[in-house]
Design a protein. Structure first.
Length: 294
């Protein structure tokens, strides 16, 4: 007698049930905190903008938080004409641009020698640049003032360009050296095999690869120099040589201005730096992202 086995029944596994997406409360808390922080940062700028186009009568009747009944441009025009703002704007622009270009160039040369050239005693050079970054400007003002008098550069934009080029390059050298120490040796070896000298390797290999970092330094140097107040206040005493921050401080200290003109001065004083930052925002973001990925 043959016994036939019953066919085995196969049970199909039930498809996994997808867990319902649950909202993460931490994410909403972080977004709310960032939104609140953004409002805190933007609120002063909005208040300054509103008061800059508000008439003194509207400000007196409604206060600083009220909306203007009509746009009032006389405060901006009067301030522009009173301080010859176009001249001050040009002084700040040319000074910041020269410092940014020369500071980046000097940082490249120093970092190339210290980070890739491996010069003897480079550790002590890095310590020197680090200490130079930590020195406050109040410590430097008297020797720089005495030296500028000796070389007849006092009350000249050239003195400000030289001083801030050295100050910014100290930071740039310290930063770029850490970047160039990790520079791909394969690229340097390939350039050496092709017969490239040190200068050609620098301009054809090192600078193109480190362009995002250089863009970050250029943006920072420009904005930092534009916002400088203490040293330009000491070294630029003539009205025709003053920069925008110095002109704003001197005018508000020497002459009586109402709240609307003060807001107008603050708005047109910070607006060029904001425009520059927005123009180079992509370069800044690209440089920071490249450094993070590396």
């Amino acid at each position: 007698m043959t016994v036939t086995a019953a066919p085995a029944t196969t049970t199909k596994a039930a498809p996994p049930v997808k867990a319902a997406k649950r909202s993460n409360p931490v994410r909403f808390v972080i977004l709310a905190a960032l939104l609140a922080l953004l409002l805190i940062v933007i609120a002063p700028l909005l208040i300054i903008t509103i008061n800059a186009v508000k008439s003194p009568a509207d400000y007196a009747s409604g206060g600083p938080l009220s909306l203007p009944l009509h746009l009032y441009w006389d405060g901006i025009v009067d301030f522009w004409n009173r301080v010859s703002f176009g001249e001050k704007l040009w002084n700040s622009f040319i000074t910041s641009l020269l410092v940014a270009v020369l500071g980046v160039l000097l940082s490249i040369l120093n970092a190339y020698a210290l980070g890739i050239g491996k010069v003897k005693g480079r550790l002590w050079f890095l310590v020197f640049f680090l200490v130079a970054n930590l020195l406050p400007q109040e410590v430097l003002v008297y020797p720089l003032y005495f030296l500028s008098k000796q070389v007849h550069l006092y009350d000249s934009l050239i003195s400000i360009v030289i001083i801030f080029t050295v100050i910014q390059a100290a930071f740039g050298t310290y930063l770029l050296t850490s970047v160039y120490q990790e520079f791909p040796t394969e690229l340097l070896d390939a350039a050496d095999v092709d017969g490239a000298g040190r200068w050609r390797t620098l301009w054809s290999v090192v600078i193109p690869v480190s362009r995002p970092t250089l863009g970050v330094l250029f943006t920072f140097f420009f904005i930092w120099t534009w916002n400088e107040f203490f040293l330009p206040l000491v070294f630029l005493v003539s009205n025709e040589n003053q920069t925008v921050p110095v002109a704003l401080g001197v005018l508000q200290g020497d002459r009586l201005m109402d709240a609307t003109m003060t807001s107008a001065s603050g708005l047109i004083g910070i607006l060029p730096a904001m425009i520059f930052f927005l123009v180079f925002q992509r370069t800044l973001t690209r440089g920071i992202t490249a450094g993070a990925i590396k």
